[in-house]
Design a protein around this ligand. Sequence first.
Ligand code: NAD
Length: 477
Amino acid sequence: MSQVDVSPDEEQAAPAFSPTDAAVLVERLRSAYATGRTRPLAWRQQQLAALRRMLVEREGELVVALGEDLGRAPFEAWAADLRATVREIEDLQRHLPRWAGPERQKVPLLFRPGRAEVIPEPLGVVLVIAPWNYPVQLLVSPVAAALAAGNAVVCKPSEVAPATSAVLARLIPEYLDTSAVAVVEGGVPETTALLDQRWDHILYTGNGSVGRIVAAAAAKHLTPVTLELGGKSPAIVTRDANIKLAASRVAFSKFLNAGQTCVASDHVYVHRDVEEEFLDALTAEIAQRYGSDPRSSKDFGRMINPGHTERLQNLLDGVGYDVVCGGEVDVEKRYVAPTVLRNVSRDSAVMGEEIFGPVLPVLTFDDLSEVTGAISTGDKPLALYLFTASERTVEQVVSTTSSGGICVNDAISHLLVSSLPFGGVGESGYGSYHGRWGFETFSHRKAVFRRPSWLVDAPLLNPPYSRWKRALTRRLF
Ligand code: NAD
């Protein structure tokens, strides 16, 4: 098990985890993979069971680490990071025997007798690079999918959530088969050393700039990549929407984990006629959840670090909006108040990049096509939320916009429906996982066609192409 703790001093002196270390690690896992130990279903199920046990038995340590890194309320840390991941693992455990089995396919007349099957096979040794915002879920879920598919895995937690990274690096080797699973801690130098290696798949979750670095490194080895990126995911509230429901679900998606959620409602488009009602409902939701002083609420999280808090402070530069509620920022305490903005100019700083914090711009529209037009011409979002009572509006938005996923009259819950793929499109990434989709991502679908050895050779496609062969083949083929 490679486990590297990087202190800033060590990082300065020499990378604690050098390209040579990375090469040795991958070689070791490749040798283990080559023995076939990761392929049997029993091994895969053992690893999944162990991963599940780790999350249940060590809940306390993980919740404390999540609290340290993100100021998370223990219940929120359990629900969003641990329980969601346990559910994902249980889904893999339940369906694995069926998903891993061969799938019979039809055989054309000309090639009978014969048996055609698609057999999922593991890809080999794969790399999972995780971000800091849901540092357990976004590392363990893809690792579970990779193990379910029978791969050896190296995973790299985010150095930006150091407490959680340290706990994961300690626990994973305690529970999983260390000959085929390794954790590497560290930041850019360590990830760069890993990316120099040849992998059989890389799943990266994080921002698009690093996504491009990952894709470029992978291209050198023709390694397939899944990029789980972010962006500005909008919510739309139409005139006929259930306003109270919309305000509640938008508030949930935006203020969970202090807005540091890839599928948070980045901003809201609300029909002008119901703007006032929506803003009233939204501010009431915030007050009900976090009280009159959210800073003292135990249930409201903190920004990951002062740098990200300052980023939010800069976005709130005071230009191009009015503050409905919130607006306070305390960089040292990593606190940004739940903030709602109105009269937001489309050129303002908050509309220029993914907010990734508890600041919610509310924009108005008169005609839905203005909004669908803006979404269609901009970067494709990871998620799109629509609040409406009209089926026609649902059809219109579903058929005229593109996004990783769309959730109607709710927000974020589409991620928990494990039969649905989770992934982006365009700027929000490519590829997907969750449930079967994760198993597929880390598998190769091998075409296997078997014919009996007693077959009488009918050389219809062999030269010389006589008249009778041509005629018969044209009829059969
Ligand atoms: P981050 O800073 O933790 O980076 C993610 C990973 O990339 C880390 O493991 C880090 O070590 C590595 N990394 C950073 N710089 C690198 C470099 N130069 N070369 C190689 N590796 C490097 O996380 P982040 O990017 O700040 O995460 C936030 C972003 O991720 C947001 O845009 C968010 O929307 C997105 N996100 C997407 C999903 C999803 O599932 N689609 C989930 C969470 C976050």
